[in-house]
Design a protein around this ligand. Structure first.
Ligand code: ADP
Length: 632
């Protein structure tokens, strides 16, 4: 391979521009990023040698070295990890592989407001350009003997060349440090004290030794020769896997730093759960609840799962077998003492021990949320606002834990602006109220003003207002809560009265039905294509008509969601309910047939609007209303 000059792709150029020109604070984090990459590279090498023991000599030294050179303004980060071959250098360093252009455009915007997101995007290496005006990366992949030298000044191009690497397998990053004005208050990254304190601050828990090169002090009585410097190495990190230390010895700052290391999220975590499980499976879990959603949450780029370690050896990150999708916001790791070191990804899925660990982890997380809900309601509500919609997916996904998850659900309701649990709802139920009522839809405001609430308001019955798409699946799979039925107020047969009230009303109902039978029959023929029945309503007080779904049919909102997902199953016909006490309906009794037909059509369209459905022919509807308005 001859030396070539290549251009960064457009995304990297934009990124470099942001790194060089917009990120002023926290310049020191570049060191954490580079050490983190080195640590990953050492993990990967170690993992590969589990199955390929001859990949490196048996006495291979797994370590990270940091070397400063104040005279030449250099800082080197050297590791003996897996290294990269020339293709990988181009692929990993020259492009942002993970992203589509569109996703990057979005990130670019976000970065302007929240520069801390940079770590999440897997652009750690580029943070070097915050402090260096030239960066070189010299690497050799394990199992090959080709050295690759990559260099760039961050100006839009880089060079790549084949250059043997004397140290063999591993990677050296050399930073040609920028000169900063004193006014910029940037630390001197060639000062070993500065570097040592940064390692302590950000990377103390790194599993591999971080060796810091220091000048040997002159021997007593000797005058040092400035042309012949002698060096020695000092291990700068304690190297103790944080999760294996006792929680009482770990400072909150250490937990937070470690979170940033594993999550690439620069926001502080909101909580951590650190525990040791004993019994059929021995493992240590360190689990974090983030404060905010990552920028790519719920896109296909979002990877989730816990990191898996076996006896301190890193096996893999984003292990999905350890975490169900409805807890995909959680970060953290599991270090097992029992799993066999030569597990493969494929084997993990069927591994019974892994299933046991996962069960344990899920229980622990759900118990944590229950505890937080009881003791730190405000904190829990913050969590809920960010991730509740994901946790709710547990109801349809994890039937075994349904009872635990249902206690964690929070809802908006007609009772107040506050969020409520189902238990709290039940405790507020009025005398004579049999069931838990809910309505689903797109917007809270629309639901709050929905005519479906009219009679319930009159009776002072509380209604849960559900606006997340997943609520349709939650209510489908949660027919009851502590032997109280969950009832949709947009379905037929809504039964709000007590036996006593019903008895009182029988007479009245009978006479209403008789009186309006000729009208409902006619309306039914006018709308024979649109609805399956027209009946007298008991749920309306102020609105003339509304549409309800059959008890076993999908709600209108669910049908809308299904059709948005391209899964429309043909609308099931609904039932039109009319309010016999409304003046419009009363008037209709006296109208000639042709007018009755027009009014029926208008009422039907209004009912569609009320439930949030589109009108089949809005122009025609509009004309009919205008005509009605001009008639005296
Ligand atoms: P991230 O580490 O978040 O993936 P980076 O831009 O820092 O993003 O690195 C991109 C990729 O380059 C890494 O995922 C890794 O594959 C490779 N890489 C970076 N540094 C090293 C290193 N010291 N040794 C081996 N590979 C590395």
């Amino acid at each position: 391979m001859a030396k070539t000059t290549q251009s960064f792709n457009a995304e990297i150029k934009q990124l470099l521009d942001i790194v060089i020109h917009s990120l002023y604070s926290h310049k020191e984090i570049f060191l954490r990023e580079l050490i983190s990459n080195s640590s990953d590279a050492l993990d990967k090498l170690k993992f590969q040698t589990l199955t390929q023991s001859d990949l490196v000599p048996a006495d291979h030294k797994y370590e990270i070295r940091l070397e400063t050179d104040p005279d030449r303004q250099l800082l080197k980060v050297i590791d003996s990890g897996i290294g990269m071959n020339p293709e990988e250098v181009t692929q990993f360093i020259g492009t942002i592989a993970k992203s589509g252009t569109k996703a990057f455009g979005q990130l670019n915007q976000e970065l302007k407001n929240r520069p801390e997101l940079i770590g999440q995007f897997g652009v750690g290496f580029y943070s070097s350009f915050m402090v260096a005006d030239k960066v070189s990366l010299h690497t050799q992949k394990a199992g090959t003997n080709i050295g690759t030298l990559w260099e760039s000044t961050g100006d839009g191009t880089y060079t790549i060349d084949e250059v043997p690497r004397a140290e063999g397998v591993g990677t050296t990053i050399t930073l040609h440090l920028k000169k900063f004005d004193d006014a910029e208050e940037v630390q001197d990254f060639t000062n070993t004290w500065v570097i040592k304190s940064l390692v302590k601050k950000y990377s103390d828990f790194i599993n591999w030794p971080i060796q810091l090169r220091k000048e040997k002090p002159p021997k007593e009585g000797e005058t040092p020769d400035p042309t012949k410097k002698e060096y020695e190495f000092e291990t700068a990190n304690s190297q103790k896997a944080l999760w294996l230390r006792s929680p009482s010895d770990i400072k909150p700052e250490e937990y937070k730093e470690f979170y940033q290391h594993i999550s690439h999220d620069y926001n502080e975590p909101s909580k951590w759960i650190h525990y040791k499980a004993e019994g059929s499976q021995e493992f240590t879990g360190l689990l974090y609840v983030p404060t905010r959603r990552p920028w790519n949450y719920n896109t296909k780029d979002h990877e989730y799962g816990l990191s898996l370690y076996i006896k301190r050896v890193f096996i893999m990150e984003n292990c999905k077998d350890l975490l169900p999708a409805y807890l995909r916001f959680m970060k953290g790791l599991v270090d097992s003492s029992d799993l066999s070191l030569n597990v493969s990804r494929e084997m993990l899925q069927q591994d019974r021990q892994v299933t046991t660990i996962r069960k344990h982890v899920v229980n622990k997380i759900l118990a944590h949320f229950k505890d937080q809900l009881t003791k730190e309601r405000e904190e829990y509500e913050k969590f809920w606002t960010e991730f509740g919609v994901t946790l709710k997916e547990g109801i349809p996904m994890d039937h075994a834990n349904q009872e635990k998850i249902q206690d964690l659900l929070l809802f908006r309701s007609t009772a107040s602006d506050k969020l409520t649990t189902l238990d709290e709802y039940v405790s507020r139920m009025k005398e004579g109220q049999k069931d838990i009522y809910f309505i689903t839809g797109d917007r809270l405001e629309t639901l709050q003003n929905s005519p479906y609430l009219e009679r319930l308001k009159e009776k002072n019955f509380e209604v849960l207002l559900l606006t997340d798409a997943v609520d349709e699946w939650v209510t489908r799979d949660l027919p009851e809560f502590k032997s109280k039925k969950l009832i949709s107020i947009t379905k037929e047969g809504l039964d709000l009265d007590t036996e006593e009230e019903k008895q009182k009303k029988t007479e009245e109902k009978k006479s209403l039905q008789e009186r309006f039978a000729p009208l409902t029959e006619k309306m039914k023929t006018f709308l024979s294509k649109e609805v399956k029945d027209v009946v007298i309503s008991d749920r309306l007080t102020e609105t003339p008509a509304c549409l309800v779904s059959g008890a076993h049919d999908l709600s209108a909102h669910m049908e809308k969601l299904m059709s948005q997902m391209g899964q429309a199953q043909g609308m099931s016909k609904r039932i039109l309910e009319i309010n016999p006490k409304h003046a419009v309906i009363e008037t209709m009794l006296t109208l000639p047939d042709d007018k009755q037909q027009t009014w029926t059509e208008i009422l039907y369209n209004q009912a569609l609007l009320t439930e949030g459905s589109p009108l089949p022919d809005p122009v025609k509807f509009s004309k009919m209303v205008s005509q009605l308005m001009t008639q005296q």
